[in-house]
Design a protein around this ligand. Structure first.
Ligand code: CU
Ligand code: ZN
Length: 192
């Protein structure tokens, strides 16, 4: 069957050609990115190292933030906190001095009431109103949540250079700031 032989040869030839082309594309991509990384190709990532205030100096934690197509992804872990719900917000300023007081009020770029960002949106909640985190009986908590509309890049809703504050009590979503009590841990959001 001469026809079949020719066809097989053509497929083989095409396969070799396509492997070669793929290899060339990979090599040129690596070469390009090592010489000229485009900002658009590198997701902006930020980090906040969480430390307890004098209220609860044993608390430790780390939060990583990254921009995704769906919104700002916030992945966090906390250890050595008291079990149960604790208010957790993004506050306006990037300072944890004075037991977290220097972080200022909730991040509220458009002057609206306190609420829960994911439930109420930017019209009826501060941009920093992340709500509560639940701490397990062993004192740890971890979470992974996407917040549409928050950014790290320059915008009205950029959280870069602001701070996370963990509170002693749960956020009850009452006015003006959820009655979450003392600031027990804090971390500044830094682009890395
Ligand atoms: Cu707060
Ligand atoms: Zn608030």
């Amino acid at each position: 069957m001469p026809g079949l032989t020719i066809q097989l040869k053509r497929i083989t030839k095409y396969g070799v050609l396509s492997t070669f082309t793929t290899a060339l594309v990979i090599i040129s991509t690596i070469t390009f990115s090592s010489f000229a990384p485009s900002l658009a190709q590198v997701p902006i990532v930020a980090e906040a190292i969480i430390s307890g205030t004098s209220q609860s100096p044993e608390i430790t934690g780390r939060v990583v933030l990254s921009e995704t197509a769906e919104g700002l992804r916030i992945i966090g872990t906390i250890a050595n906190a008291s079990p149960g719900e604790h208010g957790f917000h993004i506050h306006e300023y990037g300072s944890c001095a004075n037991d977290g007081q220097d972080a200022g009020d909730h991040f509220n770029p458009v002057g609206v009431q306190h609420g829960h960002l994911l439930s109420h949106g930017f019209e009826y909640a501060h941009a920093g109103d992340l709500g509560n985190i639940y701490v397990n009986p062993d004192g740890t908590s971890s979470w992974d949540q996407i917040y549409p509309g928050l950014t790290l890049s320059d915008s009205s809703y950029s959280v870069a250079g602001r701070s996370f504050i963990l509170h002693a009590d749960p956020d009850d979503f009452g006015q003006p700031s959820g009655n979450a009590g003392p600031r027990i841990a804090c971390g500044v959001i830094s682009i890395r």
